[in-house]
Design a protein around this ligand. Structure first.
Ligand code: CS2
Length: 496
């Protein structure tokens, strides 16, 4: 079967949108680290649209991708075999899908094999923006968001300039040092991960690393680099073989790196240090003075809501998000969480009607066409829960009348998920950076619930809060008895 590439492109029917704008092959002004499906459904799509709209002006605003993880290697190869073309299938809940072939990523470097090329690209004066989707854990910052984690062995290796870099900080340090040396000028480092104040977190982590690596370079970065915060949103599951089979059946061409996403799109970007960057506002990006309220809204309602629906859904035997959200009790628990725990502690976001925002999120979750799995949502929970749910809990605990019943249920449901996974397969099936630490905690079933909450790297000092512990313990007790429906009934209506 022929694959999607430059030669087969024109076999696609008119219903598929094809790139029209020519590419200036010489240079790419954007370097992106972490070329996963989300990046391709979101930022790459946006830059692509800009080039289609202004083909002459922005012909060289293309993306040079960088992948650093061994798990990305197969993708790097397949993508190259397709001349770096991929199709994005955007699915509304009902109605026709929209399919666009995107050519905006001109090449992808695989860091472990081509470290020097990555370093050169960072140093290249043509590179004006480096953006990042390296996941919540990639920033190597502890729960409170303040301390850089020095105990990370890869970070220790990266501190020695003679070693080949491993972490994103190792690459940035070497590349930016060369950039400074060459006088190639400052640039924008744009985090696109789900973290409150993602730009500031990136800045904080990088400066902490550079303080030890090269204090002189740190000073240069402070003066020459901007770190705008941003909020990015588009639900993008991992595409399944069935999605690729369908594409092949429909069009007679195989796309091994197809991306499937919802049709909803949001990107809110802080207007900070963006001089010289094309007007992304022209293609739907909201450029604002302060992104933080938008980030808090999205993390606290959509991302924490995802964890809620994923974990409760899994506990009740659902494997898909759109099926779990159709469960009457789960839907009611999500609504109670949003209305009584999240929205009252969220700052106003530029006049957004938060209850209406919640309703939109709920209907996005029920979109069967994107077929998102509870497994994807639960994966990486030890990086996600501290960024998504715990800020809402902590804001509540600072109030006179804190509401944490549902948040404590979500944490208990996570405990329950790990408890069952440990019994089932010794946690082999758990995808999480902290799996080994978690496994040690779950070895002794009689103490696992208590020791789980004591894990400070995840929960900070939550275990010192009597209200939260009380709620959590009640939930764990019922979960141990397997009384999930009773538990949800009890929690519904119990606001505190
Ligand atoms: C999800 C996000 O992984 C998760 O837990 O909540 O990937 C979510 O789909 C995106 O942030 C949507 O923009």
């Amino acid at each position: 079967m022929a694959k999607l590439d430059r030669k087969t492109l024109d076999r696609l029917p008119a219903s598929v949108q094809l790139p029209q704008a020519a590419i200036d092959g010489g240079k790419s002004h954007i370097l992106h680290i972490g070329v996963g499906a989300f990046h391709r459904a979101h930022q790459a799509y946006t830059w692509y649209q800009l080039r289609q709209r202004y083909p002459q002006q922005y012909a060289d605003w293309t993306i040079l991708g960088v992948c650093l993880m061994p798990s990305d290697q197969a993708f790097v190869q397949q993508f190259a075999e397709q001349d770096h073309l991929y199709a994005l299938r955007m699915c509304p809940a009902d109605g026709e899908d929209e399919i666009t072939v995107i050519d905006t990523i001109t090449n992808v470097l695989y860091g472990p094999e081509e470290p020097v090329a990555v370093i050169r690209a960072i140093a290249n004066a043509d590179t004006k923006v480096i953006s990042f989707t390296i996941t919540e854990g990639g920033y190597n910052i502890d729960f409170e968001g303040h301390q850089f984690i020095w105990s990370n062995a890869a970070v220790q290796q990266d501190l020695h300039p003679a070693n080949a870099p491993i972490t994103v900080f190792g690459y940035l340090a070497r590349g930016l040092a060369e950039r400074k040396e060459r006088g190639a000028g400052g640039l924008v480092l744009m985090s696109c991960d789900n973290i409150q104040e993602n730009g500031q977190v990136l800045r904080h982590a990088l400066l902490a690393f550079l303080e030890r690596y090269d204090p002189e370079l740190k000073r240069w970065v402070v003066e020459s680099v901007s770190f705008p915060n941003s909020m990015v949103d588009r639900i993008t599951p991992v595409s399944a073989p069935a999605d690729r089979d369908r594409f092949e059946a429909d069009f007679g061409i195989r796309d091994e790196v197809l991306v499937v996403s919802e049709d909803y799109f949001q990107w809110v970007l802080e207007d900070k240090g963006l001089a010289g960057i094309p007007p992304l506002g022209e293609v739907g990006v909201q450029v604002v003075d302060d992104v933080r309220p938008y980030e808090a809204m999205k993390l606290g309602i959509l991302n924490a809501g995802h964890s809620l629906v994923g974990l409760l859904g899994d506990a009740m035997g659902y494997t898909k998000i759109h099926e779990a959200i159709e469960d009457r009790q789960i839907a009611a628990v999500f609504e109670q969480y949003a209305m009584h725990e999240a929205i009252p502690v969220l700052p106003p976001a530029g006049g957004v009607d938060l209850p209406a925002y919640f309703q939109t999120v709920r209907s996005r979750f029920s979109n069967a066409m994107i077929n998102d799995s509870t497994d994807r949502i639960i994966s990486g929970s030890s990086d996600k829960i501290p960024k998504f749910l715990l800020p809402v809990v902590n804001r509540n605990l600072k109030r006179d009348d804190p509401h944490v019943a549902i948040s404590a249920l979500v944490v208990a449901a996570w405990w329950y998920y790990l408890h069952r996974a440990n019994r089932r397969d010794g946690m082999q099936s758990v995808v999480d950076n902290k799996r080994d630490e978690l496994k040690a905690i779950f070895e002794d079933e009689s103490t696992s619930a208590r020791r789980f909450l004591q894990c400070r790297a995840i929960f900070g000092i939550l275990e010192d809060n009597a209200l939260f512990i009380g709620r959590y313990n009640d939930n764990v007790a019922l979960l141990k008895e397997g009384k999930m429906r009773n538990l949800l009934d009890q929690v519904l209506g119990k606001h505190r």
